[in-house]
Design a protein around this ligand. Structure first.
Ligand SMILES: Nc1ncnc2c1ncn2[C@@H]1O[C@H](COP(=O)(O)OP(=O)(O)OP(=O)(O)O)[C@@H](O)[C@H]1O
Ligand SMILES: [Mg+2]
Length: 719
């Protein structure tokens, strides 16, 4: 009789020769096993504990736990004393061997001598007896616990009963552990999805959003790489747009055609594709290179579908096998891809929209430059819009244009615009000022002359009409043209031919004539100062340029335009103009029109502190009387404006500075009016001459008007 004993956590199991275990011991063993099994929820560890306990309490030498697989094979989950590779080497099916029989019948089997049992499949030479019990869950056998001994008939009936209870209990606990692991995985997945949905809800910038999703992928789902491929609808090419875990160089290599590689196939089929082992999949191109150090990788790619069209792919690479079943990884990528779709839609849309807008903008600007060439003419008042419309209509043809308008309204600019927007743009444009040149010289300038035709004509010379063949001639100030030349111009307009000075031979030309004047031609017709026939010849297309005072709404934009011009010319990048100053400019009547405005801004640029143009920098208020009158700004108003600006610029000194300005203005005006005679100035102002003297000293105004100190003369004059 051999008495064997096994110690485990203080419990001693006595097994007598008869193989009987005392009742108390059995309960203790079961409690012990139950405690051990319930102390973990890790399925692998559980199986190990089940096996160890089974071997120990049956005094076996070897043993294994197998689970029945869906394909009806028996998978050894844990083994003791059966050799290192038994899990790989022994592949039994349900029905094969003793374990297979137990798996098939769901009944325990005690084989006292394996050598006399036909069912036995030899795994280890020294095995003589075997005890196998089913692991039953809901009346279904899910696995088998099997223990062996090198002794014949090692296992008793009690062993069988004990192990059967362990088997049933283990099945239940194992199932719970699996359910728990599943739940935990689901919870982790939910957490991952929650994290991603938080990112989706809080990050607006799509590249940043994708980076964060990639980070979550890599930290929580073992993804080595994740990337977004977008389809260029114009070229049908797929390219990696954003990626996590890839260098820009690797990204640049990720270009595919529809149907090419796995990515291309996802776009073509609109279905997600998963490849468990990319090294065994020839369709996987690996164009971007592989990450990591030779580990086995799987690849999952899911389509992004917008309005039933695949516009891109989200792809990810991860080690295989990973800690999640592959199917779950695929499901996860698909869920996340569809969650990303609205953001991709915006990104894709915005990117394309931006591209389209940019292109449109470029085209529009081209158009403006090449067709209208209006970029130098500023103003958006209805009156100017009408002018632009006429320019646009007239530019294409060759009809004569007469531009009318006050001085400085932009007539010359308009003449340029017409030429440079006409089909003649690459032919010459000549400006001839009819007012500035004496008649005989003007004739020669226009039509050319032969050598010796007048004093100083030392050689033949071509005139502007001859030179401008195919182009445009701009006859500025046509109202100042002499009657003789009016006839000659009329002839060119009518016959399209002319003669050079001193020549009988006429020349044919194709020249478009644009004329301009600020004179009242109609009045000149009445006084017979301008030829009526020429007037009608010229006035085929009249363009009336409105004076600036009739389009005051253009002033702010013109001010901006000139400010920009002088800012650039004088290198004053920070130069601005106060809103008060702009408002003042819109209240002036601008007799010199845009030219005057341009000059006022230029002067202010020089007068101001280089940063801000104040009302005080505008000569309108301080210029001569006619200008001031025309300002139509009341004294109170302009003072109020001045005070407002001072309040902004020199806090704490507003009173003194304003009083000083008022007093200086009064003093200089009075002195000017009194022609420097102080006594008279004092009486004009209604102050005592001593007060006047003190004030003049205070402000250093004694010789403000450029004369010698007026005091003496004043005194003298008074005496
Ligand atoms: N609409 C405008 N936008 C921008 N600049 C303008 C505009 N109108 C006029 N200017 C500018 O004002 C100045 C005067 O313009 P332009 O010489 O064309 O006027 P004009 O009508 O020909 O004057 P004049 O009758 O005295 O010859 C130029 O410097 C021109 O660039
Ligand atoms: Mg002009």
């Amino acid at each position: 009789m051999v008495s064997r004993e096994t110690r485990r956590e203080g419990l001693v199991v006595e097994k007598e020769g008869s193989g009987q275990i005392r009742m108390d011991d059995r309960l203790a063993i079961l409690q012990d096993i139950s405690l051990a099994l319930n102390s973990t929820l890790d399925p692998d560890l559980l199986i190990d504990r089940i096996l160890d306990a089974s071997i120990r309490y049956t005094a076996a030498t070897t043993g294994s736990v197998i689970l029945i697989q869906p394909d009806q094979t028996l998978r050894i989950m844990a083994a003791r004393g059966l050799g290192a590779n038994v899990e790989e080497e022994v592949r039994l099916k349900v029905g094969e061997g003793i374990t297979g029989w137990v798996a098939e019948h769901g009944k325990p089997l005690n084989v006292p001598d394996v050598r006399s049992d036909k069912r036995y499949v030899c795994v280890k030479e020294h095995i003589r007896s075997e005890l196998a019990v089913p692991m039953v869950l809901d009346q279904k056998t899910i696995g088998v616990i099997s223990v062996d001994s090198s002794r014949v008939a090692n296992f008793s009936e009690e062993d069988l009963q004990l192990l059967s209870i362990v088997g049933t209990q283990a099945a239940q606990i194992l199932e719970n552990a699996k359910t728990f692991a599943e739940l935990r995985r689901k919870a982790e997945q939910d957490e991952t999805l929650l994290m991603i949905s938080q990112v989706l809800g809080s990050v607006l910038d799509f590249p940043e959003l994708f980076r964060r999703v990639g980070e979550i992928f890599s930290q929580r789902c073992q993804m080595r790489r994740s990337f977004l491929v977008l389809l260029n609808p114009e070229t049908d090419e797929l390219a990696i747009e954003l990626a996590h875990g890839m260098t820009p160089e690797e990204m640049a290599k990720g270009r595919y055609r529809i149907g090419e590689g796995i990515t291309g196939r996802v776009v073509k089929t609109g279905k997600a594709i998963g490849v468990k082992d990319v090294s065994a999949e020839p369709k996987f191109l690996g164009r971007t290179g592989m990450p990591g150090s030779g580990e086995k990788l799987s690849f999952i790619a899911a389509p992004i579908t917008l309005e039933e069209r695949v516009v891109g792919v989200v792809g990810a690479l991860k080690p295989f096998p990973g800690d999640l079943p592959f199917e779950e990884d695929m499901a996860l990528i698909q869920i996340i891809t569809s969650a990303l779709t609205p953001a991709v839609k915006v990104y894709f849309g915005v990117a394309r929209e931006k591209e389209l807008l940019l292109r449109e903008n470029r085209l529009l600007r081209e158009e403006l430059k090449t067709i209208y060439h209006f970029d130098k003419i500023v103003g958006s008042s209805p009156a100017m819009e009408k002018v632009y419309e006429t320019i646009q209509n007239v530019a294409r043809g060759r009809s004569t244009v007469l531009i009318r308008g006050e001085s400085g309204t932009g007539k010359e600019l308009i003449a340029h615009a017409i030429h440079f927007n006409s089909p003649r743009a690459d032919k010459p444009f000549f400006l001839v000022n009819c007012a500035a040149t004496p008649e005989n010289l003007l004739e020669a300038e226009l039509f050319g002359h032969l050598k010796g035709s007048f004093t100083g004509a030392v050689a033949d010379r071509k005139g502007k009409f001859g030179l401008a063949d195919g182009g445009t001639i701009f006859l500025d100030e046509i109202g100042d043209m002499s009657p003789l030349l009016q006839v000659k111009i009329l002839r060119v307009l009518q016959e399209r031919e002319f003669e050079s000075v001193g020549s009988e031979a006429s020349q044919k030309v194709d020249v478009r004539v644009i004329a301009a004047t600020n004179k009242n031609l109609e009045q000149m017709l009445e006084r017979a100062e301008f030829r009526e026939d020429l007037y009608y010849r010229l006035n085929v297309v009249p363009i009336q340029v409105p004076p600036l005072r009739e389009r005051l709404e253009d002033i702010p934009i013109l001010v901006d335009h000139f400010l920009e011009k002088f800012r650039h010319e004088n290198q004053l990048p920070d130069l601005r103009i106060s809103p008060e100053a702009v408002r003042l400019l819109t209240r002036y009547h601008w007799p010199g029109n845009v030219r005057e405005l341009e000059n006022v801004i230029e002067r202010a640029t020089i007068l101001c502190d280089g940063k801000l143009i104040h009302t005080t920098d505008l000569p309108l208020m301080t210029g001569d009387r006619s200008e001031r009158v025309s300002l139509a700004v009341s004294y109170e108003e302009s003072l109020a404006r001045h005070v407002a600006e001072e309040l902004e610029a020199s806090r704490g000194q507003v009173w003194n500075r304003s009083v000083e300005l008022v007093e200086k203005t009064l003093l200089s005006a009075a002195l000017r009016e009194a022609r420097g005679v102080r006594l008279k100035a004092a009486s004009l102002l209604g102050i005592h001459r001593n007060t006047l003297r003190k004030k003049l000293e205070e402000y250093g105004l004694e010789s403000a008007d450029g004369r010698q100190p007026a005091a003496d003369r004043g005194e003298k004059a008074a005496s």
